[in-house]
Design a protein around this ligand. Structure first.
Ligand SMILES: O=C(O)C(=O)C[C@@H](O)[C@H](O)[C@H](O)COP(=O)(O)O
Length: 367
């Protein structure tokens, strides 16, 4: 068992271990909730809902809600349905929502918990690798049409209970999705971890070393969140890869691309721009990362590089200022900064990036 405390507007513990989903009550009894709504999705429910509920019901009244799986539920209509559910089930200000699942369930449930009766208890029980990122730091949100996370705020959980056994049921695609955030954390905050990652031939949650990798990744996030909880400054660095990544996720949603796969392409783009800014055409991007990613199964190919559509979405990013698009770049490993570009500059950069990526025989970008 590992316990990491995050010090922010409220301090909370991230409890990491195995089989801890069976005794969640132990980690939350101090809050004296009178009722709990466990919100999950149909996929996660199949594997873990019973374990969680059985561990809670001897001590506390529990109601459950199974959402459909997928990003589509992060919208206002599901937000409303969940509010209605909490009201029908008579949860009050002494009750709590437990988000059991990945980033989508956590973001939506957290936003619901944060607004119901102006905020009730909220606990994150992540079941994906991606959620090692999304369950920490208190960002909760829903989408508005194709604009990601545009309605939301900061609402830290009162506890995070991370049972690593739940990662064993992830598909390879879900694993790669979460790994993108690990790679992001390593690039912005732990160069040794980055080095360790990209020299590995294979990576799996079953590896003994993986738990340590996860702790280090979480720690990069913890340090940044503690320094700037409300994203007034350095928390923007956690958005490395996300300005383009969020746009890709929206534009290519019908192609079954995950958040992390989209962010991975966004990370490559930010590295490409960083190298240009650093005046080293063959810098961080060419250091073996693309080959390694391809070898471990990332789909980096995007046919039809829809530059104008991507640009329109990037123009809606929350980090932008005065119609200038904010990109998080690296002066070097572990040295992130934010730079603003005009839409015309970003368009040129997107086109140049597509040409660059085309030189890798198995990565085809059609501009
Ligand atoms: O916690 C943060 O801060 C992040 O930026 C983490 C991101 O990996 C995460 O995807 C986040 O939800 C994106 O935030 P947003 O503010 O761009 O919606």
């Amino acid at each position: 068992m590992k316990e990491i405390t995050v010090k922010s507007s409220i301090d909370y513990k991230i409890n990491i271990g195995t089989r801890i989903r069976f005794n969640i009550y132990e980690f939350i009894k101090e809050f004296n909730y009178n009722k709990i709504a466990v919100i999950t999705d149909e996929n996660v429910a199949k594997y873990y809902l019973e374990d969680v509920v059985n561990g809670l019901t001897p001590f506390i009244q529990v109601v459950t809600y199974n959402l459909p799986s997928g990003e589509k539920i992060k919208d206002i209509s599901w937000f409303e349905r969940l509010q209605q559910f909490l009201l029908n089930e008579q949860l009050d200000r002494h009750s709590a929502v437990i988000a059991l699942g990945g980033g989508v369930v956590g973001d939506l449930s957290g936003f619901v918990a944060s607004t119901y009766m102006r905020g009730i208890g909220f606990v994150q029980v992540p079941t994906t690798l991606l959620a090692h990122d999304s369950s920490i730091g208190g960002k909760v949100a829903i989408n508005l049409g194709s604009i990601k996370n545009i309605i939301g705020h900061f609402y830290p959980p009162q506890a995070v209970i991370y049972d690593l056994d739940t990662l064993s049921t992830l598909s390879e695609q879900e694993f790669r999705s979460g790994l993108a955030e690990v790679i992001k954390h390593s690039l912005i905050g732990d160069a040794h971890l980055y080095e360790q990652l990209i020299t590995k031939q294979e990576l799996s949650v079953k590896d003994q070393s993986f738990e340590k990798i996860l702790h280090r990744s979480i720690d990069v996030k913890r340090v940044i969140v503690e320094a700037d909880e409300l994203e007034l400054g350095k928390r923007k660095f956690l958005n490395f890869g996300h300005t383009l990544g969020h746009a890709i996720e929206s534009v290519y949603q019908s192609k079954n691309i995950t958040h992390g796969e989209a962010v991975m392409v966004g990370i490559l783009f930010d590295l490409f721009v960083s190298d240009l800014e650093n005046g080293e055409r063959q810098g961080m991007l060419s250091g073996g990362l693309i080959t390694w990613l391809t070898n471990i199964g990332y789909k980096l190919a995007l046919s039809e590089w829809r530059v104008n559509q991507l640009l329109q979405l990037m123009l809606k990013d929350k980090k932008n200022e005065k119609q200038l698009i904010a990109l998080v770049l690296l002066r070097d490993y572990e040295q992130p900064y934010v730079k603003h570009f005009s839409p015309k500059e970003v368009k040129n950069l997107l086109e140049a990036f597509a040409k660059y990526m085309g030189q890798y025989s198995n990565v085809k970008y059609l501009v």
